[in-house]
Design a protein around this ligand. Structure first.
Ligand code: MG
Ligand code: CA
Length: 534
């Protein structure tokens, strides 16, 4: 498709798909030949396959049973997924990867690990007992075009948890924790007890603290006072389990589609949901940046590796004494590192661990190593300097991800973006109040504001800034805010306020003192009717 033909240009999904395709291409055509030529895969990391690039950002849900993990997924997708089971008893008895596919269905674990399109092959090591408890649910959901979600078995408390699962549960959790982009820990505000097994599970997530977000779910089941108490208790418990509890953000809410039992905190829940969804929407961008960074790191290591291997080969004798020479070279590897560092101006941090490299080299035949081939290195250098930055530039700037087309669409993400119905976030409140009414909302109290206006002694229908100030500071708002209000209200920017502008200033003061944010620009519905043509 010719993207320049469509007025809107390529969509966000397309952009990320293009970045992914670009990464795959430069890896295969530019870096892989260098890796292969110098046996990189035998030393550092296996050859990258398509799923390593294609994998969508993944979110891992972890929590005790009945904290609403499965329901949370249903809430995000706004529909059931194949194989879903929800209930008060522990119902999810398996790991379920919820992923996008045109075709709906359930793929069992044993089939998943041989699927070359999926990234689950390494899970084979957890054995059959695990694979029988692992599945992929595929469905055609717009949300899943942007992310994949992993549902996990509810963790039991007390006696029941001692029933052996037959596989290394925390090991599996660790495997996922290492690979996902977000870990969401769910807690039930209405039943906050933290079992030993759950504590161990959280401990398995250590080292990934930056990925952890916490959801205090079912927060509508308790009243405000109880909620504050539960929140305190949760923070105290987390402090004991997480290494850095202060960085883990806690989102308080009720993530399902039922009426709120106590709706006193409705506003809080809405704010928290906005924040959580914004965080999730940042994942595709961050994942693309991470893949780019990983490839840069890999390319630098592959270059250093090429220098090491070719240096070793160069120093091998042509005829006799190969074995003793090899031993000598391994022993003196540190000096070889130093020499490469100096000659190639590579920082010491880019070199592989000396001891590991020495152990690894012992198993290799140095005569099979290749000599230096500058062309292969030049190609990688060019990849780093040109191709990578081109791909980097394709990734939309962070600011753009909030203002333009969202990265994750569909399901509950549409509701959170709602700009049309009166139930959209902060619709019809604060600065937005009156936006879909025919009358200028300031009119409602204009008679009151007009009386005030007259008392300030207008001349020629206008009052000065000094006169307005004596009235406006009665709001006790700080001067920075009042200055902002003044600028918003002086619509025609003549340095005076007429009665409409003054009424508008008083309206904005009310909006602010009611606890709402002020905009940087005056929304069109607040412009006085008398000023709409200028
Ligand atoms: Mg469940
Ligand atoms: Ca004015």
């Amino acid at each position: 498709m010719f993207s320049w033909l469509s007025r809107e240009g390529p969509g966000k999904h397309e952009v990320y798909e293009n970045v992914t395709e670009g990464l795959k291409n430069i890896y295969k055509s530019k870096l892989l030949p260098l890796e292969q030529y110098y046996h990189f895969h035998e030393f550092h990391s296996p050859q990258l396959e398509d799923p390593d690039f294609d994998a969508k950002p993944m979110i891992l849900l972890v929590g005790q049973y009945s904290t609403g993990k499965t329901t949370f997924i249903k809430y995000l997708l706004e529909r059931d997924f194949p194989g879903i089971r929800i209930g008060p008893e522990p119902t999810t008895d398996r790991f379920i990867a919820v992923m996008y596919d045109e075709k709906e269905g359930v793929i069992p674990g044993n089939a998943l690990i041989v699927d070359p399109q999926k990234q689950f092959k390494p899970l084979t090591k957890f054995g059959n007992a695990f694979l029988n408890r692992f599945q992929c649910s595929t469905l055609k959901s717009e949300v899943l075009k942007g992310i994949s979600i992993i549902d996990t078995p509810g963790i039991l408390s007390g006696e029941k948890q001692r029933v052996d699962r037959g596989y290394d549960f925390t090991g599996v959790l660790e495997w996922f924790a290492e690979r996902v982009d977000r870990i969401i820990l769910l807690f039930d505000a209405h039943k906050l007890d933290i079992s030993d097994e759950f504590r161990r599970s959280i401990e398995a997530l250590r080292g990934h603290d930056d990925k952890i977000r916490i959801v205090l779910n079912k927060a509508d089941m308790v009243d405000h006072q109880q909620l504050m108490r539960v929140y305190g208790a949760l923070m105290w418990s987390l402090g004991k389990v997480l290494q850095t509890p202060e960085v883990a953000r806690v989102y308080i809410g009720s993530f399902w589609d039922q009426p709120l039992r106590f709706d006193g905190n409705r506003r809080l829940f809405e704010d928290e949901e906005q924040d959580l969804f914004r965080d999730m929407r940042s994942l595709p961008r961050n994942a693309a940046l991470r893949k780019l960074n990983d490839l840069i790191k890999r390319a630098r290591l592959a270059k250093v590796h090429a220098h090491i291997i070719s240096a070793l080969r160069k120093d091998m004798p042509t005829m006799f004494g190969k074995d003793s020479r090899k031993k000598e070279l391994i022993k003196n590897l540190g000096q070889i590192y130093d020499q490469i560092q100096r000659e190639q101006q590579i920082s010491p941090g880019d070199f592989p661990d000396l001891k590991k490299m020495q152990e690894n080299l012992a198993h290799h035949d140095f005569m099979k190593f290749n000599q230096i081939r500058p062309k292969l290195l030049e190609v990688v250098d060019k990849m780093l300097s040109e191709d990578i930055s081109k791909l980097m530039n394709m990734i939309p700037h962070e600011d753009m991800t909030t203002t333009s087309e969202p990265l994750i669409k569909g399901g509950a993400f549409e509701g959170v973006e709602d700009q049309e119905s009166p139930f959209g976030y902060k619709k019809g409140e604060g600065i937005d109040a009156g936006s879909n009414e025919p009358e200028w909302i300031v009119m409602k109290l204009k008679h009151k504001y007009d009386t005030l206006f007259e008392s300030l002694g207008p001349s020629d229908g206008k009052i000065t800034g000094a006169a307005a100030k004596t009235e406006m500071i009665k709001s006790k708002l700080p001067n920075t805010i009042l200055g902002k209000i003044w600028k918003l209200a002086d619509v025609d920017r003549d340095g005076f306020l007429d009665s409409d502008e003054f009424a508008l200033a008083m309206h904005l003061i009310k909006v602010k003192t009611d606890g709402y944010e002020l905009p940087t620009e005056l929304p069109s519905h607040l412009v006085p009717p008398s000023k709409r043509d200028i």
